[in-house]
Ligand binder design. Structure first.
Ligand SMILES: NC(=O)c1ccc[n+]([C@@H]2O[C@H](COP(=O)([O-])OP(=O)(O)OC[C@H]3O[C@@H](n4cnc5c(N)ncnc54)[C@H](OP(=O)(O)O)[C@@H]3O)[C@@H](O)[C@H]2O)c1
Length: 398
């Protein structure tokens, strides 16, 4: 039984808090800390458990986080604030000797670039301190890496081709909204695409490559090739990969809005002077878009995220598909969140549970595919994300 500190009380933080309170056998006390305390308080009022308390915290300030950790004494910190806070929170964990977990890799605020180098550079310091940092433990990155590790352990001798496919076939009734933090989401989508093939990274213009992909229980959807952070770690940790790609669905309505916003300069991340004050257009846009946590109430339809894999088992070619479908309305009934927040928050709680239950061990900085996938996948369905597999079926890609 251990205490957990959750940092960030947005759409994902809400789900992590609900799930940590549910998993009472591991998490004895839960502290939800965030920049705007009223948001944590409203989540706590909804959950209404004596084991959940709240605090105000600016996690950019390492000394403040260190002081909060020292007073609450958690065994692990779950970081579901923004990627900008990753390094500051890792510094605070190093100073206090507390385990760390996040769902998105570090991005410098002034450069729309995400890669693991900054966080991997902490490996030796975490190792010396005898603590563990689990990177990217949401759904994608997160479960997609664990699905791939499971495929390698139980279905293949060599994985050659990996396509991660991510569909949101839900409808929230808004003309334009993003399902997680708008600033982070738009920075990700407006970047160049990138995929790995035969030892090199191939760059593509943003959203320039798309295919119809048929998703289980949903049907065909236009899916766009993007760079996604788990590609970088999977290429490093899964041997024999010849190609690794990531695909995500977007509606025409979403893409049209995004193009207009880009064309008029609203997705810029460099400051502009407005009435004598510097503002960042993308940050202003975030302020006028719906909060991801507010989208749940009228959301209908499902998400479907999975890994399509081709490789070799016992000298023969084999195909394999592993996926989860998640229903927005069912999530809302359970924890007042839409499925994107839910599919991120459940794995974050479960990854922390793996560390505290002693099922994921070690000291240093790790991506999720480096751990044993079995105990995680054994519990994932019970916490609301059942998974399914198809062996030697047809895949969407050659
Ligand atoms: N791996 C995956 O599958 C996956 C999927 C979706 C999202 N994510 C990641 O999950 C994270 C949370 O997403 P979300 O949709 O919950 O975003 P969100 O709704 O915008 O919530 C972010 C929360 O972090 C808080 N925060 C921001 N800066 C902070 C600081 N300096 N100190 C303390 N708290 C701070 C915000 O507080 P304020 O409200 O006061 O600003 C807000 O409560 C993001 O990093 C996102 O990239 C991962």
């Amino acid at each position: 039984m251990s205490k957990v500190l959750i940092i960030g009380a947005g759409g994902v933080g809400n789900v992590v808090a609900h799930k940590c309170v549910q998993a009472a056998e591991t998490f004895s006390e839960v502290l939800l800390a965030t920049r705007t305390r009223a948001k944590a308080d409203s989540i706590a009022a909804q959950i209404n458990s004596p084991r959940l308390t709240t605090a105000r915290l600016d996690a950019d300030n390492v000394a403040e986080t260190v002081a909060l950790i020292r007073s609450f004494q958690p065994a692990i910190v779950i970081n579901v604030a923004l990627p900008y806070q990753d390094l500051a929170i890792m510094d605070a964990c190093l100073e206090t000797g507390v385990h760390y977990l996040d769902t998105a890799n570090y991005e410098p605020p002034h450069l729309a670039k995400f890669e693991y180098s900054w966080q991997w550079a902490y490996h030796d310091r975490f190792k010396e301190r005898g603590i563990i940092a689990v990177l990217g433990c949401g759904f994608d990155p997160g479960v997609t890496g664990i699905f791939t590790a499971h495929a390698l352990k139980h279905h293949f001798d060599e994985i050659h081709y990996l396509d991660i496919i991510d569909c949101n076939a839900g409808s929230h009734g808004q003309a334009f909204a993003t399902n997680f933090n708008p600033e982070i989401n738009i920075r990700e989508i407006t970047q160049k695409g990138r995929y790995y093939e035969n030892g090199s990274w191939i760059e593509t213009e943003p959203l320039s490559i798309h295919r119809d992909v048929t998703y289980p229980h949903i049907g065909p959807r236009d899916s766009y090739l993007l760079f996604h952070e788990e590609l970088e770690s999977l290429v490093k940790h899964i041997p024999h990969l010849k190609r690794a790609r990531f695909w995500m669905t977007f509606s025409q309505q979403y893409i049209t809005h995004l193009r207009v916003l880009e064309n008029v300069g609203m997705t810029r991340i460099d400051p502009v002077v407005y009435e004598g004050k510097e503002i960042v257009p993308l940050q202003f846009l975030k302020a006028v878009l719906p909060e991801p946590s507010s989208l749940g109430e009228n959301y209908e339809g499902q998400t479907s995220i999975g890994c399509q894999i081709r490789g070799i088992k016992d000298g023969k070619e084999k195909t394999y598909f592993i996926y989860n479908n998640c229903d927005h309305a069912v999530c809302y009934r359970e924890v007042k969140a839409q499925a994107i927040s839910y599919t991120t928050g459940v794995p974050a709680m479960l990854g922390a549970k793996m560390v505290l239950d002693g099922k994921w061990t070690g000291a240093g900085v790790y991506n999720v595919e480096q751990f044993n996938p079995d105990p995680f996948l054994a519990e994932l369905g019970g916490y609301g994300l059942p998974w399914h597999e198809e062996v030697n079926g047809a895949l969407a890609f050659e």
